[in-house]
Design a protein around this ligand. Structure first.
Ligand code: ADP
Ligand code: MG
Length: 246
C-alpha cells in the first residue's frame, strides 16, 4: 500500500506556542481520514502543513514522495505538492471577478499549461460532477454558499489532485446547504480519492471516514475506525469532547 502522506515526529510552533506535538501520521492512498478536535487544537495547522501552507520546526514530512524539510521546506517539492494537493477551505475563496467556469479553468491554464479547449472541457465535466453545470457562466456572488463551495471543490479537482484537504468545508454554510456539499465529498471518497477532512459533521465522519483522528492540544490522543472512536472512545479527552458534540 502506498502512503500519500508520511509525517513523523512533527513539531510546529507559533512563537512560543507549541501547536503540533510530535505528530506521527500516515495516510494511505485512497484512505479518508477525518480529523476532529476542539477549536484551537491544531487541526487546521496540521493539514496546512501537508501542502506547505505552514512551515514546521522539526520532524519529517513526505507528501506523495516529495519531502518537505523543517523550516526551509524544499522549493521544488513545494511546487510539486501544490500541484498534487487540492485544498478546500471554510471560506470558498473563489475569484469574484471570474465566472464559475473561469474559476475552474484558471489553475489548469496557468499551472498545467492546459489549452483553452482542454481546460474548458475539464471545467464542464467537473461542473456536471458537482451538479451545477447550469451555473457555469455566473459569477460566484450570484450562487448560494453551497453552490460556491461545490465550485471550490471542482476548482481543486481540476488540477487532478492525488490528495484532497478539506478544512471545515461546511462550517460557513447555512444548514440546508451542508448536505449538498457533503454529498459531493462522499462521492469523491467512493471514487477512491485520498482525503484529509477536518469537520464537525460527525454523521459524515462516521459514514465516510476510514479512520477518525482526535487531536487535543496539538497531540493525536486517539484514532481508529469511526465506530470504535465514536461508540467506545478510550481516552478521557475524547470522551469529554464527544459527549459535548454528539
Ligand atoms: P483548529 O483548526 O483546531 O481550531 P488551529 O490549527 O487553527 O486550530 O490553531 C491552533 C493554535 O495555533 C491556536 O491556539 C491558534 O490560536 C494558534 N494559531 C493558529 N494560527 C496561528 C498564526 N498564524 N499565528 C499564531 N498563532 C496561530
Ligand atoms: Mg481550524
Amino acid at each position: 500500500m502506498t502512503d500519500i502522506v508520511k509525517m513523523k515526529g512533527m513539531n510546529k510552533y507559533f512563537g512560543k506556542l507549541h501547536v503540533l506535538k510530535d505528530i506521527d501520521l500516515t495516510v494511505a492512498k485512497g484512505e479518508v481520514v477525518v480529523i476532529i478536535g476542539a477549536s484551537g487544537s491544531g487541526k487546521s495547522t496540521l493539514i496546512r502543513c501537508v501542502n506547505g501552507l505552514e512551515e514546521f520546526e522539526s520532524g519529517q514530512l513526505e507528501v506523495d514522495g516529495h519531502p518537505l524539510a523543517p523550516k526551509s521546506g524544499n522549493p521544488k517539492s513545494l511546487a510539486d505538492i501544490r500541484k498534487e494537493v487540492g485544498m478546500v477551505f471554510q471560506q470558498f475563496n473563489l475569484f469574484p471577478h471570474l465566472t464559475v467556469k473561469k474559476n475552474i479553468m484558471l489553475a489548469p491554464r496557468k499551472v498545467k499549461d492546459a489549452s483553452e479547449t482542454i481546460a474548458n472541457a475539464t471545467a464542464e465535466r467537473l461542473l456536471n460532477r458537482v451538479g451545477i453545470a447550469s451555473q457555469a457562466d455566473k459569477y460566484p456572488s450570484h450562487l448560494s454558499g453551497g453552490q460556491q463551495q461545490r465550485v471550490a471543490i471542482a476548482r481543486a479537482l481540476a488540477m487532478e489532485p492525488r490528495l484532497m484537504l478539506f478544512d471545515e468545508p461546511t462550517s460557513a454554510l447555512d444548514p440546508e446547504m451542508i448536505g449538498e456539499v457533503l454529498d459531493v465529498m462522499r462521492e469523491l471518497a467512493k471514487e477512491g480519492m485520498t482525503m484529509m477532512v477536518v469537520t464537525h459533521e460527525m454523521g459524515f465522519a462516521r459514514e465516510v471516514a476510514d479512520r477518525v483522528i482526535y487531536i487535543h492540544e496539538g497531540q493525536i490522543v486517539e484514532q481508529g475506525k469511526p465506530d470504535d472512536v465514536f461508540d467506545n472512545p478510550q481516552n478521557e479527552r475524547t470522551q469529554a469532547f464527544l459527549s459535548r458534540v454528539l
